[in-house]
Design a protein around this ligand. Structure first.
Ligand SMILES: Cc1cc2nc3c(=O)[nH]c(=O)nc-3n(C[C@H](O)[C@H](O)[C@H](O)COP(=O)(O)OP(=O)(O)OC[C@H]3O[C@@H](n4cnc5c(N)ncnc54)[C@H](O)[C@@H]3O)c2cc1C
Length: 380
């Protein structure tokens, strides 16, 4: 495995780091405090090709791979993991339409998504089916040339602000094979949203329930074939999980960088904190954990780019390992700041709050273990 970055990849990472430092980092605490969803910043990122990273160039995408995506999301998350993570969800939706949509759907939706003139949300989870997503109950009934949707999605990132909803709904019988992926536009009659959830972190993006009450959409909005939706949803999540891991990695790296600067300045017992060997060892462990995470994440991204048979397992391993390790590093960074780490203005407690949810969403870390174990022991 060669993880040295080519000139092109280095340039992509530097571009994302520069964007993050200039357009995200200075505002991240304010966005969090005001629960502000910075759509203009997202559009500026889109103008640099970061809203359709692995979407084909013929429809306005950047035509890059998963490896480049993890470089980008790590870099953006040094500025703000929450906004970077929303961009990841949007990229996942754009890819699902690009990869599984027909020619008309791709021409109609993908260029707008790549420019982020249209913002997309991913709608899988329901109140009674989170981890057990294949048990979802939102129904799409065929009526002539339309599907009529009834049901409710829970915890949908971007809901209310998004223009396009990629909805997993039941068109057939029980289980995963009865689920289809259907595009629902924001102004569809019968589509409505719950209140913006109050939550521990991820405050710079809205999270709402999405309700369908006889929402009619043309049959042309079916992505792929009837019954293919769950497989499309899971394929999207392979890459989504890499990106979420990259968001944790960038957030934690940002926290470590700030901790190093803080400790070189902060004095206790007549010395700067970096003079204490116990704390030096802690810093060494934090940096090592992030390097291991980075190497493994890039390995998993390469496997997904290569469509390797073990890619799903590696993506689940990476999501579990990196989000756990990065959360611990961010939490250690808070500890090393002492009481100041607990204050909002230092920006560290926000990173801890933001990274916590990465251990829960896009499949909890318990479900990641389930996926890995299934691959290890097969049907036994
Ligand atoms: C801020 C936020 C944003 C989100 N954004 C989106 C979004 O945009 N789109 C979307 O579709 N969803 C979204 N989600 C939903 C998220 O993916 C789910 O919350 C997650 O998959 C877990 O589902 P659940 O909350 O129903 O927990 P449950 O499935 O009820 O799990 C509860 C606990 O039981 C454990 N558990 C469950 N089953 C097993 C098992 N078989 N073995 C071992 N442990 C198990 C879980 O790991 C967890 O610890 C979001 C969630 C949050 C908090």
């Amino acid at each position: 495995m060669d993880f040295s970055l080519s000139d092109d990849r280095s340039a992509i990472r530097e571009m994302a780091e520069a964007f993050s430092a200039e357009h995200m980092a200075p505002f991240a605490v304010e966005w969090d405090e005001n629960r502000h969803f910075p759509v203009e910043t997202l559009r500026a990122a889109a103008a640099l090709g970061m809203a359709g990273i692995y979407v084909g160039e013929e429809h306005g995408g950047s035509g890059l791979g998963r490896f480049e995506a993890v470089l980008i999301f790590e870099a953006l998350s040094k500025g703000c993991p929450t906004v970077a993570a929303f961009l990841s969800i949007h990229n996942m939706c754009a890819w699902m339409v690009d990869a599984y949509g027909d020619a008309d759907q791709r021409a109609r939706w993908v260029p707008a998504l790549a420019r982020m003139e249209g913002i997309a949300s991913y709608c899988l989870t329901e109140a009674a089916s989170g981890s057990d997503a294949a048990a979802l109950r939102t129904r799409a009934r065929r009526e002539g040339d339309h599907y009529v949707l009834d049901g409710e999605k829970q915890f949908i990132s971007g809901a209310g602000a998004s223009d396009l909803y990629v909805v997993m709904a039941r068109t057939g019988g029980e289980g995963p094979d009865g689920i289809s992926a259907i595009l629902v536009e924001k102004d569809t009659p019968g589509l409505s949203f719950g209140a913006n959830e109050r939550k521990m972190g991820w405050n710079a993006q809205p999270t709402r329930a999405v309700r369908f009450d006889g929402a009619r959409v043309p049959v042309e909005n079916l992505v792929g074939t009837e019954g293919q939706g769950f497989r499309i949803a899971m394929a999207g999540l392979d890459g989504g999980r890499l990106n979420i891991a990259a968001c944790s990695l960038g957030g934690a790296q940002g926290a470590l960088d700030r901790t190093l600067a803080y400790m070189a300045d902060r004095r206790a017992f007549g010395r700067v904190l970096t003079d204490f060997q116990a704390l030096q060892f802690r810093l060494a462990d934090m940096a090592t954990d992030l390097e291991v995470s980075r190497a493994f994440l890039r390995h998993a991204a390469s496997a997904l780019d290569a469509k390797a048979p073990e890619a799903t397992k590696l993506c689940a391993m990476a999501k579990r390992h990196v989000t756990d390790a990065a959360f611990d590093v961010a939490n250690d960074a808070l500890q090393l700041h002492g009481g100041y780490g607990y204050l909002t203005e230092y920006g560290i407690e926000k990173i801890v709050r933001d990274l916590r949810v990465h251990q829960i969403l896009e499949g909890t870390n318990e479900i990641m273990r389930l996926i890995v174990a299934r691959h290890l022991i097969g049907g036994r």
